[in-house]
Design a protein around this ligand. Structure first.
Ligand SMILES: [Zn+2]
Length: 52
């Protein structure tokens, strides 16, 4: 990643197959993985907590 340390930009990966789904600032999204079809929810607060 080319982000600064205080940036909330993060990589979103499929929980099942680890495919990179998107990259950027996330609030609350539901996304379906195009590879394995797994539908998953991502929340900003949880992601920031996990990435640090
Ligand atoms: Zn997947």
């Amino acid at each position: 990643m080319n982000c600064n340390t205080d940036c909330t930009c993060i990589e979103i990966r499929c929980k099942r197959c680890k495919r990179l789904l998107m990259k950027g600032v996330v609030k609350n999204v539901e996304i379906k993985c195009p590879k394995c079809g797994y539908i998953q929810m991502f929340e900003e607060t949880k992601l920031i907590k996990n990435s640090r």
